[in-house]
Structure formats: C-alpha cells, structure tokens
Design a protein around this ligand. Structure first.
Ligand code: ADE
Length: 262
C-alpha cells in the first residue's frame, strides 16, 4: 500500500440504485471510461468515485477493474438490491456481506464446485471492519422507517421494522425468479442469505488488488414467482432511499484514512 490518501469507490448495477447518492454529489466531475460513467466528487466529507457497473458479473468485474486502476480507490462499497434466500430475510431488510460466492461457477472435476479456478478461493471475505460499520450504519439508518420512507411506502412495502443481516451473499448471471430455483440454491448453499448478480465479481477483483470491500443490499423480492413484479416496484419506489441513507451514514461515521492500492 502507498501512503497517498485515496478516494472511496461506490458501485451499483443500476442508475436507480445510485440516484439519491449522485444527487448528493452535485459538483461531481463526470468522465466516461470503458463505456462506464464515473462521477468523482465529495460525499459526507469523503472523496468518492461512484459508478454504474450495469448488470451481471462480467460488467461488474470490468467496472471494478477500471475504477481501481483509473482512480486508485482505497476501498469499494457495492450498493443496490437483492433477492432474499434464507427464510428470515424479508423484503425491505438489508443484507451486509460477510462473504461472497459465485453460485453459478463450477469448474469441476478440475476444481471444487464454486472455487474460482487458480485462486483456491470459493468465498471471498468482505472486509470485517467495513462490514461491521455498514451493518451499524444500516441499523441506524433504518431505526425510524416512517421518517426515512414516509407512511405510504412503509404501508405498501411493509417496511415497519426492517432487519439488518450479515452473512453470505451469492452472485450469478441469472435473475432467480421461481421458488424451485430458489430452493435449489438454498439446498446447495444453506447459509446463503441473498442472491444478486454482481457482488462476488466485485469482491474477487478487490481481493486480487488487496482492497477492502463490502456489499450492502436491500431485499427487493424473495426470488420466487412474484420476484419480477416485486423487484420492479421496489426498484422504482424505494431502493434509492436505502442506498442514500445507509451509504451516507456509513461515510459520515467512517475515518478518512483510505490508502491507494500498491
Ligand atoms: N436482484 C434482486 N433480486 C434478484 C433476484 N431474484 N435474482 C438475482 N438478482 C436479484
């Protein structure tokens, strides 16, 4: 690690997931690199580079590599939404990553199922300190759902008492939208809390660069037959509030001591 202070990288797959965060960075400079728009500005007193990765593991990995090599960020936070897998993970809850795994990766018989070939790693650990800070920020941000979302959204999405979970997030290049598909995933990976399409790819790139990483996901659906409609409603009505409230709280309470990658 060098001694130069470094910005924080903020990644989301969809523009909607970043909307309220970008609104809070009105002076950010916009630059397009590799087909991605990077906003370089200040948020809660931190130098931040925010970028929309687009959807899926390849898009997320390519974006993260560009973010790290062009902006020399000192840590990466992924924000957005996910499908709930474990029984207690409900729409409106937040899942913070402790570990991330690519559920659709299988190089067997040459490598164990889920292991990223030639790395020896199946589960990429999130940074423990960042994860703890992110969970604390999420709990604080969600302490008063009525103030955060307003009465109408609390009623519509049953956001009366969202829970914050920390654990395994699994990622793959498909939207999980049947109970059968979800149950198969849960049977194979019983400790998986949530499923999405980018986190483990961002985690892998950060791991390879030796950078702290955490994913913070609001649960938009239960990865079942209702997932398509639930996802769309949550995306358009609620998710930007989560990203802004939780990430801003995390930054507000984080020391400004990030170091650029070596
Ligand atoms: N992101 C949000 N919901 C999802 C789901 N059901 N499957 C994959 N990614 C998701």
């Amino acid at each position: 690690m060098s001694d130069t202070a470094a910005p924080l990288g903020l990644v989301a797959a969809l523009k909607r997931e970043l909307r309220d965060l970008l609104a809070a960075m009105p002076d950010a400079r916009l630059r397009t690199i590799g087909g991605r728009e990077f906003w370089h500005g200040t948020l809660e007193g931190h130098e931040v580079v925010a970028v929309q990765s687009r959807v899926g593991k390849v898009a997320a990995a390519a974006t993260t590599a560009a973010l790290i090599s062009h902006y020399r960020v000192g840590a990466v936070v992924l924000t957005g939404i996910a499908g709930g897998l474990a029984p207690g993970v409900a729409v409106g809850d937040v899942v913070v990553s402790a570990e991330l795994l690519q559920h659709d990766l299988d190089g067997s018989p040459f490598f164990p199922r889920w292991e990223v070939p030639l790395t020896g790693v199946s589960r990429f650990p999130a940074d423990a300190v960042l994860a703890e800070r992110a969970a604390a920020a999420a709990r604080a941000a969600l302490a008063d759902p009525l103030a955060l979302f307003g009465e109408a959204l609390v009623q519509e999405f049953s956001l009366h008492a969202p829970t914050v979970h920390t654990g395994l997030i699994v990622s793959g290049d498909r939207f999980v939208r049947t109970r059968e598909d979800r149950d198969t995933l849960c049977a194979a990976l019983p400790d998986a809390l949530a499923v999405e399409m980018e986190g483990a790819a961002v985690a892998q790139v950060c791991h390879e660069w030796g950078l702290p990483f955490v994913a913070i996901r609001a649960i938009s659906d239960r990865a079942d037959e209702a997932a398509h409609g639930d996802f769309s409603r949550f995306l358009s009505a609620v998710c930007a509030h989560y990203g802004a409230a939780v990430v801003r709280r995390l930054l507000a309470e984080m020391p400004r001591t990030l170091r650029a990658p070596a």
